[in-house]
Design a protein around this ligand. Sequence first.
Ligand SMILES: Cc1ncc(COP(=O)(O)O)c(C=O)c1O
Length: 380
Amino acid sequence: MVELARFYASRGLRVARASMQYIWDVNGARYLDLHTGHGAAFLGHGNPRIIERVHRQWMEIGVCTPQFECSIQTEVSRLLSSILPSGWGVFFQNSGAEAVEAALKAAWLYTGRTRIAAFRGSFHGRTLAALSVTWNPKYRSGLPTLEVVDFLPYNDVSELDVIGEEHAAVIVEPVQGEGGVVPASTDFLREVARAAREAGALLILDEIQTGFGRTGYTWAYQRAGIEPDILVAGKSIGGGFPVSMVSARRDIVDSLRGRHGSTHGGNPLALAAVAGGVEVLTGDDVPAKARERGKELLDLLSGLEGFRGVRQVRGLGLMAGVELRRNPGPVLRCLQQRRVLAIKAGATVVRLLPPYMVTSEDLGVAADGLRECIGREASG
Ligand SMILES: Cc1ncc(COP(=O)(O)O)c(C=O)c1O
């Protein structure tokens, strides 16, 4: 018997099946899923429109080297034209970290420069270049990461003048997710965009967690009225299918010609999943639903701010964080006993990443659970 390696601590839940915002355990108990597999099931577990597309594609052709043309490639670029700036290029990878890696490669090759500016509190993935721009030293320790990165304070413009002509790119999350659900102010994002432009550095927006409607906008950067040079997305875009995407101005994408590739990147199944994802996003007006439900969620959670154990409630759309005064582990376990699944962010934050079809009633259940679990923790 070979043992399956587990790099995360077990949550002690044996899952049998899932549908949209719910998961059932092997005993038939139903859980409200606000963990959504680190945000990947934002379009719901088993969204039928996406399953149908992937199934149909696999029956037709499931492997098609990027050296050949197949119709799903045309179909996905047609659909993506409705949610990406016109004249941009796009290519696909398999995970968020790989997409960050490719975005950095493009920036280095396009500019011929080496340094990268990133932000304190950032998380960009676990491969070596992505780790190099990830702030938390616990992820990087013991590994030979790249020493070309300047970490600047997030939501603080005082050190943006560090960005200069040796910088190939500035990489930023519009809401830091893993770092503790910290939304960037629109002023800060505008100043970052300005500093990058003035230095001739490319602006890379990492929307792997925030993108595809979650924050109430198709892309969270739209809230600040800026435009990135490179946009990186992943998690939700394929409705749970492992796929990520890099899009950028055509001349930037072209700098990778002959310098990049991936066996599975952009395979027909992934493209079918993204095609289905875009149809759900636009057909169901996902950003509007996320904005509406997200407002309800933050209103409900704001009532927790008076609790002794709570430092702050933050969020944007369907991405919310309750910052506690201590490790959120006991609160997450208590919530799970009440059949609500949430996830940790940073050292002290309970993070809620609901799927877009979550109902007002579901949100009420989650808020009641949090009230009770945080209250119990504070009095314990
Ligand atoms: C903002 C951000 N970037 C990159 C990643 C890495 O994505 P993946 O785990 O798919 O490699 C994540 C994952 O949590 C993320 O939230």
